[in-house]
Design a binder for this molecule. Structure first.
Ligand code: ATP
Ligand code: MG
Length: 572
């Protein structure tokens, strides 16, 4: 491609809303363009990199025996009603009506469509196992679209679905996909970590997320240096200490004026936060109860995912309670709520509190707390479960060593679904004995457009992007320093033709611009190799500079070609 002909607009300034490097650099390099909040278009360079990622995904999927199809993004509501997700998916789903008032959605994922295909086409065990996938645009009306391609409302996903006869078959399909994901992200040049994950709205029994490590990642990962524990903190279990053995003392009400926070009351009573109980109050919808009070140790953080799972409530059907409204209904008192004296609400108690003795809690009375509160004797929970968020330094749930925390970008996730969709949607097959059995399913997603952003997040410097060769829009850029010098023009042209003939993807910067401008653009675009044709052109010499290195080396034109081709061959 001749740069003088290329449709490209780089930017010197980007909107303030671009906060993280990938968003800033993709905009500045003119690779993506915003249409409206959370909706982006891909410009020529961005589209080229995107297609390369898609191709890597496609190759690794095909290698496992999965077969590519392409389904519509518009899906009739009936399918989602059958699986129960028309309601359960909530406001994240883009819904629309046709001219006859029939309901549709723009697919946020496609379990229903793929299950529907299979239930119509498969009826014998001989047709299984199967794995079908597509690379397709998905729609989610995210609450907070942000960070450009990272969390957008329209994005490109590879979604695969496996169909097996039984659990053992699913285990094998899951393993194959897991390994294919490792290959995909390695080929994309990402530093990543597979971690155990929560199943979320998709459902099912087991899941792993693939997280590209990055300080701007929205996913928090707990891991251990002493064992193989690695999980999202949403998912990570918490290891409770052994029950305390001290004697239970008599519960007492104490006057604690103005102490509305754990901090205040513990300072006032001169007791450690570890000896207090913290209350968190919620309102829920579409349940037989309206209010929830969750209790955890005063110094702990609530893990919202664990609470949501324990209640079996959808994420969009729970919110912090309006304390005044809740006070009338349940007897809670803002800042002074404890588990003793509450009524008409679901009480969820963290498992750790059960073994602890003589704690301090709100008295459900203004300016008062209770001390020496004990589980079993003074209060109980409707649900007792682990509600805690694992923090840096907490004991590893597997081996007890101090836990470490890192941030990551979820670029892919694999799920064991089991029969969550096949049973309600009646996707059954007949086994060897003509017995009807539900097909056992798995599903596997890769955020293709998010992967593009994650790559930039991990590969940039102060001047722009540094594409790994495998996903670079072009392999090499030839910078012609002086377009009026015939020797330079001839050598640049010769290099260009030879590289093209050898199958390289080449940009020839033949623009009538100062060399400084050309160098800046080459760095901004992040083309992995720059070959500068300048003063030494008459001697057949050029400068060769990998984008990732600080300085250039002189090479003969032939050597430069050989080096570029070798670098390309490494990732082929
Ligand atoms: P998140 O927790 O980040 O919202 P998710 O777990 O809901 O994602 P999945 O349903 O697992 O997402 O979708 C498969 C993949 O699609 C994700 O691993 C992620 O890479 C990508 N993805 C999901 N939501 C978005 C989005 N809003 N923008 C871009 N990519 C997304
Ligand atoms: Mg996910």
């Amino acid at each position: 491609m001749r740069m003088s002909k290329m449709y490209m607009k780089t930017l010197r300034e980007v909107p303030a809303e671009a906060e993280i490097p990938s968003h800033i650099w993709l905009l500045r390099a003119g690779m993506i363009r915003k249409l409206v909040s959370g909706v982006y278009g891909y410009m020529p360079m961005g589209q080229k990199s995107l297609l390369k990622i898609e191709q890597i995904v496609r190759e690794e999927m095909d290698r496992t025996g999965a077969q590519e199809i392409l389904q519509s993004a518009i899906c009739p509501a009936e399918l989602w009603q059958e699986s129960g997700r028309w309601q359960a998916y909530g406001p994240e789903m883009f819904r629309l009506k046709d001219r006859n008032q029939r309901d549709f959605c723009l697919g946020p994922t496609a379990e229903e469509i793929f299950t529907d295909i299979i239930r119509n086409d498969v009826d014998s065990y001989r047709q299984l196992p199967l794995n079908l996938y597509q690379i397709q645009t998905k729609y989610r009306d995210e609450k907070r679209p942000r960070f450009g391609l990272m969390r957008s409302r329209e994005f490109i996903m590879k979604d695969a679905y496996s169909f097996d006869r039984d659990e053992a078959g699913l285990e094998e399909s899951y393993r194959k996909m897991y390994e294919a994901y490792e290959k995909v992200f390695t080929r994309c040049g990402l530093t990543f970590r597979p971690v155990e994950a929560d199943n979320g709205a998709i459902g099912g029994s087991k899941s792993h997320e693939f997280c590209a490590l990055s300080e701007y990642g929205e996913e928090e990962i707990a891991y251990c240096d002493c064992c193989d524990m690695a999980a999202t903190t949403e998912r990570a279990e918490f290891r409770d200490a052994a029950p305390e053995t001290e004697e239970m003392l008599a519960m007492e009400e104490v006057f604690t004026p103005g102490t509305k926070t754990i901090e205040d009351v513990c300072n006032y009573l001169k007791m450690p936060k570890e000896k207090s109980i913290k209350a968190l109050l919620f309102k829920v919808y579409e349940k037989e109860y309206e209010y929830v009070a969750a209790f955890i140790r005063g110094d702990r953080e609530l893990n919202m995912t664990k609470l949501i799972n324990a209640l079996g409530v959808a994420e969009f059907n729970i919110e912090f309670a309006d304390e005044n409204a809740m006070s009338e209904a349940t007897g809670c008192v803002g800042g002074f709520t404890g588990p003793v004296g509450l009524h008409d609400c679901k009480i969820v108690v963290d498992s750790e509190l059960v073994g602890m003795k003589n704690l301090c809690a709100g008295a459900c009375k203004y300016d008062h707390h209770l001390i020496n509160v004990n589980y079993g004797r003074d209060y109980t929970g409707d649900i007792v479960t682990d509600l805690k968020l694992l923090r840096e330094g907490d004991p590893c749930p597997k081996c007890g060593a101090p836990t470490k925390i890192a941030k990551g970008i979820e670029v892919g996730q694999v799920f064991k679904l089991g029969t969550k969709y096949s049973e309600p949607m009646h996707a059954y097959y007949k086994d060897e004995n003509q017995q009807e059995k539900p097909i056992v399913m798995g599903c596997y997603g890769i955020g293709v457009s998010r992967t593009l952003a994650a790559i930039v997040e991990q590969h940039h410097d102060k001047d722009g992007i540094i594409w790994p060769m495998a996903v670079a829009p072009y392999h090499v850029i030839i910078t012609l320093v002086n377009g009026k010098d015939q020797a330079q023009v001839d050598l640049a042209e010769d290099l260009y033709q030879k590289l093209l003939a050898a199958g390289a993807e080449v940009i020839l910067d033949d623009r009538d611009e100062r060399p400084g401008v050309k160098f800046k653009d080459a760095d901004l675009l992040g083309i992995p190799v720059r070959i500068t044709v300048g003063k030494k052109a008459a001697d057949g010499m050029v400068e060769y500079k990998p984008r990732s290195e600080a300085s250039a080396v002189d090479k003969t034109a032939e050597d430069a070609i050989a080096s570029v081709l070798a670098a390309i061959a490494e990732v082929k």
